[in-house]
Structure formats: structure tokens, C-alpha cells
Write a protein that binds this ligand. Structure first.
Ligand SMILES: NC(=O)c1ccc[n+]([C@@H]2O[C@H](COP(=O)([O-])OP(=O)(O)OC[C@H]3O[C@@H](n4cnc5c(N)ncnc54)[C@H](O)[C@@H]3O)[C@@H](O)[C@H]2O)c1
Length: 247
């Protein structure tokens, strides 16, 4: 198990929905420092208010495009030896429908940058957030890690490609990586405006009395409330590394 106490942690995409909950949770683990890297495409500084209150100046926020290798490298070098990087940066699924190149390239380029910087020994452990979108439509339920990767969108293809990249770096270089594939999440801090996903959009419609029939979806999706269950699972999954995922 990785000890988070006194560790230096980077969260890429840390101003977003799940990323900011990861930051909040980590802030309670007495880290030496948490460094958020986000280009604020969808991230919001107010998502980090709770963590700021908890650890003050030990939370650093950098507005930075993680697709820019040199910028990212400079930033990590300035921060000194880092213990863990969580990667949650992504372009939302809806972007991939009208701009599949952007959605795919964002996922792959950021992951590639991080894997290369890890190979340069600028940090120890990489925990990557993939998605159930990497599996595509369920061929059986409940889906598990053995389910084939058959993504049906460029967003999902980006996720599947990055998962393969991560595994290849582990097999080729012994990189210390872990992959998490969450299903649908909902909860506070989630984007409900442009590019909002189906779950928050539907919840808002139900709250406004506009979409009662959508209630049928509860039996079809695996939904996790991020602020409660998902983060417990995340911290438990940090005991795992890619060896566990492959076995
Ligand atoms: N929300 C869900 O239901 C769900 C389900 C499965 C997997 N995931 C995965 O979890 C992770 C977080 O998802 P989320 O829902 O919090 O999304 P989000 O859009 O709220 O957060 C993503 C963050 O990445 C940032 N970002 C985008 N491009 C960037 C770039 N080039 N450089 C730096 N930062 C950049 C955004 O500004 C945003 O803050 C993603 O990898 C996503 O695929 C989410």
C-alpha cells in the first residue's frame, strides 16, 4: 500500500469532478504537498475550496496543458521528486462525438507524456483513471477486467489505447502503474452545463419534473456516487498494481 502521509502527490485533471474529490480525500491523508495540474477546460477552482481549507499552501494549483510535454516536465522538475501522480485529465465523451481526434489525442498524449516522465524517474507511481467506456457495450454482466475491450467511441478508444500503453510500459520498463476503470459516477461538483453527461442531465430533468420516464435507467446503469463509495474503492485499489490487474 502506498503511504500518502508526507508524500508529494500530483493530480492531473484535479480541478474536475472526480479529480477534485480525489484531491479532497488526499488532503485528509496528511500529504507533504498536493499539486493540481489542470487546464481548466471543465475544471473549476471552486472545486478545490475544501482541499485548500484543509491544507492551505500545501495545495498548489497550476493552470497547465498536460499535453505540453516540455511544460509538464519543467513543472515536475521544479516541484522535485514526486511520489504519486493521479491522471484524471480527459476531454468529455460528448466532445468525442463532434471532435473524435481531439478526444482521442488528449487522452493518449497526456498518458504518453506521463509515462515518459515516469521513465525519466521524475516520479514513482502512476495511477490512471480509465473508464468502463473502454469495454464498449456489455457482452456479459457484471463486467469484469476480463471483458474484451471493444470501445464504441473515440473517447472509449482513447481509454482502451491508454490502458494498453500503460500495460506495455509495465511489461517493457517495469513502470509502476495502476489502472482504474470506473463506471458512471454522479455527485456534487459534477459538470451540469456544456458537455454534461447523461446522468447529471437526467437527474436535473427529474428534479425539474421534466423527465419522469428516465427513472427506468436505474436498472440499466451501474452508478456510483463519487463522494461516498468510489473514493473508498479508489484508495483500496491503490494496494493493487498492474500485476493484480493482469492476474
Ligand atoms: N464521471 C464519470 O462518470 C466517469 C466514469 C468513468 C471514468 N471517468 C474518468 O474519470 C476521469 C475524471 O472524469 P470527470 O468526470 O471528473 O471529468 P471532468 O471533465 O470533470 O475532469 C477532467 C479534468 O481534466 C481537465 N483537462 C482536460 N484536458 C486537459 C489538459 N489537456 N491538461 C490538463 N487538464 C485537462 C479538465 O479541465 C477537467 O478538470 C476521466 O479520466 C474520466 O474518463 C469518469
Amino acid at each position: 500500500m502506498i503511504s500518502l502521509e508526507d508524500s508529494k502527490i500530483v493530480v492531473v485533471g484535479g480541478a474536475g469532478f472526480i479529480g477534485s474529490w480525489v484531491v479532497s480525500k488526499l488532503a485528509k491523508k496528511r500529504p507533504e504537498k498536493i499539486i493540481v495540474i489542470d487546464n481548466f477546460f471543465l475544471g473549476r477552482e471552486e472545486n478545490l475550496k475544501e482541499a485548500k481549507q484543509l491544507i492551505g499552501d500545501r495545495l498548489k494549483i497550476h493552470k497547465c496543458d498536460a499535453m505540453d510535454y516540455d511544460l509538464l516536465r519543467d513543472l515536475l522538475c521544479k516541484e522535485g521528486q514526486i511520489d504519486v501522480i493521479f491522471n484524471l485529465a480527459v476531454k468529455p465523451l460528448l466532445v468525442s462525438f463532434h471532435d473524435p481526434v481531439d478526444a482521442f489525442e488528449t487522452s493518449v498524449k497526456i498518458a504518453m507524456n506521463l509515462l515518459e516522465l515516469q521513465r525519466e524517474e521524475l516520479f514513482q507511481t502512476l495511477i490512471h483513471f480509465s473508464s468502463s467506456e473502454a469495454y464498449g457495450t456489455a457482452e456479459y454482466v457484471p463486467m469484469d477486467e476480463r471483458h474484451p475491450l471493444k470501445p464504441t467511441t473515440a473517447y472509449g478508444a482513447g481509454k482502451a489505447a491508454v490502458d494498453h500503453l500503460m500495460i506495455s510500459y509495465y511489461l517493457c520498463y517495469g513502470s509502476d502503474v495502476a489502472i482504474i476503470r470506473p463506471f458512471n459516477n454522479f455527485g456534487p461538483r459534477q459538470n451540469t452545463k456544456e458537455y454534461a453527461g447523461v446522468v447529471p442531465t437526467t437527474i436535473l430533468k427529474i428534479m425539474k419534473g421534466e423527465a419522469r420516464s428516465y427513472l427506468a435507467m436505474e436498472n440499466r446503469l451501474e452508478i456510483t456516487c463519487t463522494s461516498k463509495i468510489q473514493l473508498k474503492l479508489l484508495l483500496r485499489s491503490m494496494k493493487l498494481n498492474i500485476r493484480a490487474v493482469r492476474s
